[in-house]
Write a protein that binds this ligand. Structure first.
Ligand SMILES: *Cc1c(COP(=O)(O)O)cnc(C)c1O
Length: 391
């Protein structure tokens, strides 16, 4: 495999990490390995069971290529692949928590993560407390003797609160708790989880890493201390993503840098334009200096992704529906991270418990795709015209 080279920039490593053309007759990409059975050459080899590959579920060269690349980019010890982002999150909880443990989870967490805590963890006798994502060093007051984990997601789902991960990690580690981060929004390119204090970093690779809305995939990257626990549970649960999906993860990864740069520029241009619109009460985007999370984002992140929110001024449901229904470039759908623009309305007030959502009007989450930004503006502008005639 291509050696880790700390002197090369992440953008360069994206093109080379996890690749070893010499092993594959010079072909640039690691092939798709399909397989359940792996043969052993001798009875002694079978007994020793120590060859590189032993069973399809436990890994193939395709899996190894993506896992090595992600581990290198995130800056962790090693990486496991799972069939979805949610299965990566669920596996991490199951690996690191036991009955009678307590876990602190950010109130801005991806909603299905919250459902997992409220259903499976509860059934197993693991207590969840939701906390304000902006708690920072104040997390100290919420840590109990049996708190084993602080789960973070920065910026948070839908409402994009930026978390002070170094401050949270400092307090959690002092109390003997681990820090897990859902790093999907920033990707390892824009936030280095282990350098900032996380013990485990999760990617819903479905989103930016696959990047083309055509596969589901998750990754769990751990530091050396936590690695054996997550690796054993991952093995015991029998998780293995399909070979094509792993390949699509590798394929997407190679262009992640240029896609992110383009989406970031378009996303920021659109966010600034939206902030000046009379229909908009405010824009939630950590890269805007007016955003409450801007200072921490600037300190800890090296870029912003193109998923953000706008809060509209109070308007009728009919006006918003007229705006959304006629959009030609922005599709309505949930799984972001692909090349195409998306928009959905959302209302966090129905399920948050530790924080109070202050929405002046309806909130919209935008995912700015790779289309030309002028065309996207024109699409939204026509939407605002329909909004006005239906108000
Ligand atoms: C989408 C998403 C997930 C879940 O990923 P899936 O691959 O859809 O299961 C987890 N965390 C965040 C922040 C997400 O946006």
């Amino acid at each position: 495999m291509s050696k880790r080279r700390p002197n090369q920039k992440p953008g360069t490593r994206l093109a080379h990490a996890g690749r070893d053309p010499e092993r594959f007759h010079g072909f640039v990409n690691t092939p798709i390995y399909r397989g359940s059975t792996v043969l052993f050459p001798t009875a002694a080899a079978l007994e020793a069971n120590d060859q590189e590959y032993t069973y399809g579920r436990l890994g193939t060269p395709t899996v190894k290529a993506l896992a090595e690349a992600i581990a290198e980019l995130e800056g962790g010890h090693a990486t496991l692949l799972t069939p979805s982002g949610l299965s990566a999150i669920a596996t991490t909880f199951l690996a690191l928590l036991s009955a009678a443990d307590h876990v602190l989870v950010t109130d801005s967490v991806y909603r299905p993560t919250r459902r997992f805590c409220d259903s499976v963890l509860k059934r197993l006798g693991i207590e969840t407390t939701y906390y304000d994502p902006r708690v920072g060093a104040g997390i100290k007051k919420l840590l109990k003797p049996n708190t084993k984990m602080v789960f973070t997601e920065s910026p948070g789902s839908q409402t994009f609160e930026v978390q002070d991960i170094p401050a949270i990690a400092k307090a959690a580690h002092a109390a003997g708790a681990m820090v897990v981060l859902d790093n999907t929004w920033a990707t390892p390119l824009y936030f280095k989880p282990f350098a900032q204090g996380a013990d485990v970093s999760i990617q819903a690779a479905t989103k930016y890493i696959v990047g083309h809305a055509d596969a589901m995939l998750g990754t769990i990257t751990a530091n050396e201390a936590v690695w054996p626990k997550v690796a054993h549970t991952h093995d015991e649960l029998g998780l293995c993503p399909g070979p094509e999906d792993v390949y699509l993860g590798l394929r997407g990864l190679r262009s992640l840098g240029v896609r992110l740069a383009r989406h970031q520029a378009s996303g920021l241009a659109l966010a600034e334009w939206l902030a000046r619109r009379p229909e908009v009460a405010r824009v939630i985007h950590p890269a805007l200096p007016s955003d409450p999370g801007h200072a921490i984002w600037k300190r800890d992140f090296t870029g912003a992704s193109w998923l953000f929110a706008v809060v509209l001024k109070p308007a009728s449901k009919k006006a918003v529906a007229a705006m959304l229904d006629g959009l030609e470039l922005f599709g309505m759908g949930y799984s972001w991270g692909g090349f195409e623009s998306l928009i959905i309305p959302f209302d966090p007030s129905t399920y948050r418990t530790a924080t109070h959502w202050n929405g002046e009007g309806l909130a919209l989450r935008l995912h700015v795709g790779l289309e030309e930004v002028d065309d996207l503006k024109a699409d939204l502008e026509a939407g605002f015209a329909r909004f006005a005639t239906n108000s």
